[in-house]
Design a binder for this molecule. Structure first.
Ligand SMILES: [Zn+2]
Ligand SMILES: [Zn+2]
Length: 162
């Protein structure tokens, strides 16, 4: 595992006035999961303030990420910004001298990922008959006819014998 030093805080040497950490962290360094539904489009910008409080160590600040998503309805890819302006974590016990903020930053972004990816709230999706992206143009299929959609018919014609 390769951690970005921006996210590693030496607890022993934490100055009483606190510590500012600002910069870019890569998806790799965050061990950010990536699949067809979403991934990080570019490095994440963090702007953090770490300070000593009575109960432990407090990390506050901002996270800005750009996600690359695939729309659940029309399957096109689009970018979606995640802007967290008020993150806050309190670390009460840490076994080591180095406090690693990687996990906290990654989880903050993951929690902000929407459950459903939509390129726009008015996305019209794909035609179930011919697969045409209806945001681009209408295909003219009569979608109430009830006959087998072409997309499924094409699957029936696949030859798996070999
Ligand atoms: Zn869409
Ligand atoms: Zn169609």
């Amino acid at each position: 595992m390769r951690n970005n030093p921006i996210l590693l805080v030496n607890v022993e040497n934490l100055p009483p006035e606190g510590l500012e950490r600002q910069g870019y962290v890569s998806a790799e360094e965050l061990e950010f999961p990536a699949d067809e539904r979403f991934s990080l489009a570019r490095e994440v910008h963090v702007d953090l303030f770490i300070s000593c409080v009575k109960k432990g160590i407090l990390c506050q600040g901002r996270i800005n990420a750009q996600l690359s998503c695939t729309c659940d309805r029309c399957l096109t890819s689009y970018h979606s910004a995640v802007a967290l302006s008020d993150i806050c974590h309190l670390f009460e016990d840490f076994a080591e001298d180095i406090l690693d903020l990687t996990y906290a930053v990654r989880e903050d972004i993951l929690l902000a990922v929407p459950q459903h990816n939509l390129c726009s709230t008015s996305c019209r999706g794909l035609c179930p008959m011919c697969g045409q992206n209806l945001n681009e143009h209408d295909c003219g299929c009569s979608r109430s006819s009830g006959e087998t959609p072409d997309v499924w018919r094409a699957l029936d014609q696949l030859d798996f014998s070999e």
